[in-house]
Design a protein around this ligand. Structure first.
Ligand code: NDP
Length: 480
């Protein structure tokens, strides 16, 4: 059985502990590889390698750094089919989705920041006849990146690309649940000749090696994507050490459907927003609010659309809905369906584990599930389920729609479906979210600020926001 390796100082090496965790394929429930259980000695080795690499990497002319990263992006793109298959196997997601979204975005992230760093400029502030200020933006130094399992390589590269492009050296920890593509990526880094120690990848348990990265005094910034509870814990450790911290956390995103929407497109897109990646996207719209005059018509069309989603082996090109990432996560999602029924909800479709035949008979498949009849205050509508479960509820006025949308602790993303331009602008202002999509969902431009408010996080990723996070501004004031 293949044992994955850490990537430290340009070498693929076994963990100091000699211990490994099981890596399970979610579609089959079988262990198919071993994950290094990294600990402090591995981290110390990675920090030493990163420290040694920093002077040359940070001093490298921007154009040269950009060329190296473009070479890396090209190599990731060339391997994109292989990476997508690996992602489908490791995560349970449908391979066609992994090709279109995960592996496409992994190379796009690197290419984007390879170019963006050559365009990045700093500010100057004139003081009339008195003097002038200019801002220097230097790399932070050693930065830690911690990423989740739902888009393993996509979110991993979303962090390391701006960090490296800005001249930092990185210690990255992928989720222990989905380590495979980060491992394959480390092999690609070797092939393209990324300088040793510039990027170091440590696999293992979040509570152990993840926590150690956050606690390490010589790691100056942490970029984290994951659950809100983990984010809170991280902040409690990092804040008293005055580390730079970017937290992209959970969501409980509302979808607002108005009677004047483009009905057919909206039904399809709202289903996509709820169930893409088996509902395991922080941006998924899991609370769907529909204007009462079209509620029944929408419900019928929506449930029919959801029932057409093809569940199957993630490696089958025709599959649209694969397995959930782990048995524990499947059980958590199913427990929320049970809770929804106890809270008085009515199941419109789905609600069960789906047992497939053949290779996937032990896999963690859950049917796309739609529930109605629940209040905003119930736990089903307040807590992040992060699976293929959504709720439907009618509303009567724009004010009520906004109040429902804003009525949770989260504030990551929302989408509004209406042909009334004035309403769309007005609501966009009133909705308390980091991202508002109008007549669209997951339409992404990598230059835009990405992130949430309230319990959905602190800080923004994407474009210049990411390059600002990974640099330290210094003001130089000159008197004439
Ligand atoms: P977790 O919070 O469980 O884990 C995220 C990462 O943190 C993993 O690499 C994990 O390692 C690591 N980790 C766990 N404990 C610690 C610790 N004490 N110190 C340092 N690192 C730690 O999230 P999930 O992986 O379950 O991902 C799902 C969550 O991510 C959802 O809440 C989702 O909304 C959110 N998310 C947010 C996004 C956003 O942009 N806002 C985008 C995508 C997901 P390990 O896996 O090894 O335990």
């Amino acid at each position: 059985m293949e044992a994955l390796l850490n990537y430290i100082d340009g070498e693929l090496i076994a963990p100091a502990s000699g211990e490994y965790l099981d890596n399970i394929e979610p579609a089959t429930g079988e262990v198919y590889s071993k994950i290094p259980l990294s600990s402090e000695p591995d981290l110390e080795q990675a920090v030493a390698a990163a420290e040694a690499a920093f002077p040359a990497w940070s001093a490298m002319p921007q154009e040269q750094r950009s060329r190296l990263l473009i070479k890396l992006a090209d190599a990731v793109e060339a391997a994109s089919d292989q990476l997508a298959i690996a992602e489908a196997r490791d995560n349970g997601k449908a391979v066609t989705f992994a090709k279109a979204v995960d592996s496409y975005r992994a190379s796009a992230n690197i290419r984007f920041f390879a170019n963006a760093c050559t365009q990045f400029s700093s500010e100057s502030h004139g003081m009339g006849d008195v003097g002038v200020n200019y801002t220097l933006r230097d790399p932070v130094g050693i930065v830690g990146t911690i990423s989740p399992w739902n888009f393993p390589l996509y979110l991993f590269t979303w962090k390391i690309a701006p960090a490296l492009a800005a001249g930092n050296v990185v210690i990255a920890k992928p989720s222990e649940v989905t380590p495979m593509t980060a491992y394959l990526f480390s092999q690609i880094c070797q092939q393209v000749g990324l300088p040793k120690g510039v990027l170091n990848i440590l696999h293992g348990a979040g509570a152990q090696i993840g926590q150690a990265i956050v606690e390490h005094p010589r790691i100056k910034a942490i970029s984290f994507t994951g659950g809100t509870a983990t984010g809170k814990k991280l902040a409690a450790t990092a804040a008293p050490m005055f580390k730079k911290l970017s937290l992209e956390l959970g969501g409980k995103n509302p979808t607002l459907v108005f009677a004047d929407c483009d009905f057919e497109t909206t039904v399809k897109e709202v289903a996509r927003a709820a169930f893409s990646n088996q509902g395991q996207i922080c941006l998924c719209g899991s609370r769907i609010y529909v204007e009462r005059s079209i509620y029944d018509r929408f419900k019928e069309a929506f449930v029919a659309e959801v029932e057409r989603i093809k569940i199957g082996d993630p490696l089958d090109e025709s599959t649209q809905h694969g397995a959930l990432v782990s048995e524990a996560h499947m059980n958590k999602v199913l427990s929320y369906v049970q809770l929804a029924l106890e809270e008085g909800g009515t199941l419109l479709t789905g609600g069960k584990r789906r047992i497939l035949e053949g290779r996937c008979e032990q896999g963690y498949f859950v049917e796309p599930t739609v529930i109605e009849g629940l209040s905003l205050q119930c736990r089903t509508n307040q807590e992040e389920i992060f699976g293929p479960v959504c709720t439907l509820q009618p509303f009567d006025t724009d004010e009520e729609a906004v109040a429902l949308a804003n009525g949770t602790d989260y504030g990551l993303a929302t989408s509004v479906w209406s042909s009334n331009v004035q309403r769309c602008h007005k609501l966009s202002k009133q909705l308390q979210f980091g991202i508002v999509w109008i007549n669209s969902w997951l339409l992404r431009d990598l230059r835009t600020p990405f992130g949430g408010v309230k319990a959905s996080g602190v800080g923004r990723e994407g474009g210049e926001e990411a390059l600002r996070f990974f640099t330290e501004p210094k003001n130089v004031c000159i008197k004439y």
